[in-house]
Design a protein around this ligand. Structure first.
Ligand code: ADP
Ligand code: ADP
Ligand code: ZN
Length: 235
């Protein structure tokens, strides 16, 4: 097993802002699914093909917690308990992020929106062209999450059994030997996160389905097969 060290803060993103919200011309993609479905894994793989930057509210919140910002302080207790962070906090984060220069042609949302009010707010910020739902049965989720680790340098996502580094202790992408595990990736918190998903997030499937932009992808397969199907759905 790779050497695990305490988590490190993410490097700062560019802070260039455009004058106004890119409200009209953007076409964004939403990666949707339960915790551990493989949203982050797929986002990293399809980023080059789509040309859209990955926007993960989970990663943004963890960076805020690590930096000790007001947002981080508001979010931490919910994250530790496996509950959703309040909508107003999330929507403010997204409104800010969407103004960055790299978001001008749209983004690939990972883990957002997670409630109907978040989806309604998003509809006023950007056009969503595709919602890609990665479907994985509940009974597979715990083993996925409890085996997850990421590269502390580049963020590449691995799994102890299903997707280990090629060379033990060395990141495939950047060669770093600094790996971390999330504090909330434990069996107890996973059950709360799954309940939050079923109660608050899964109703969004019908909401997006009624708009004709919802694509279901079987996420209980090899990572490459899933990437191929996502790219076909995006064509
Ligand atoms: P999410 O972003 O949806 O929470 P991740 O992409 O972080 O999910 O994946 C959760 C864990 O499952 C990671 O350890 C990852 O390596 C692993 N994983 C991702 N896709 C698959 C797959 N198709 N089969 C098996 N394990 C996977
Ligand atoms: P996963 O996909 O494995 O559930 P994330 O990294 O997306 O993990 O989210 C981690 C935690 O951050 C969630 O359990 C929740 O507390 C919070 N969070 C992330 N995104 C949102 C969101 N869109 N709305 C509310 N809470 C969120
Ligand atoms: Zn790396």
């Amino acid at each position: 097993m790779a050497t695990l060290r305490p988590s490190v803060a993410c490097p700062a993103r560019p802070t260039v802002k455009t004058e106004a919200l890119h409200a009209v011309n953007m076409e964004s993609i939403v990666l949707f699914g339960p915790p551990g479905a493989g949203k982050g894994t797929q986002a990293q793989r399809i980023m080059q093909s789509t040309g859209l930057p990955q926007v993960s509210t989970g990663d943004m919140l963890r960076a805020s917690v690590a930096a000790g910002t007001e947002t981080g302080m508001k979010a931490k207790k919910f994250m530790d308990a496996g509950q959703l962070v309040p909508d107003d906090v999330i929507i403010a984060l997204i409104r800010d992020r969407i103004q960055d220069a790299d978001a001008s042609n749209g983004v690939m949302f990972d883990g957002f929106p997670r409630t109907i009010p978040q989806a309604e707010a998003l509809a006023g910020i950007t056009n969503v062209s595709h919602v890609i739902a990665i479907e994985v049965p509940d009974e597979k989720i715990v083993e996925r999450i409890c085996g997850r680790y990421t590269c502390g340098n580049c963020g590449a996502v691995y799994h102890d059994t299903f997707n280990p580094t090629k060379t033990e202790g060395t990141c495939n992408s950047c060669g770093s030997s600094d790996f971390k595990r999330r504090a909330d990736d434990n069996a107890d918190t996973v059950m709360s996160r799954l309940s939050a998903y079923h109660e608050q997030t899964s109703p969004l499937a019908d909401w997006y389905d009624s708009k004709g932009i919802f694509h279901r992808i079987d996420g209980d397969r090899a990572i490459d097969e899933i990437s191929t199907d996502i790219l076909i759905a995006l064509e």
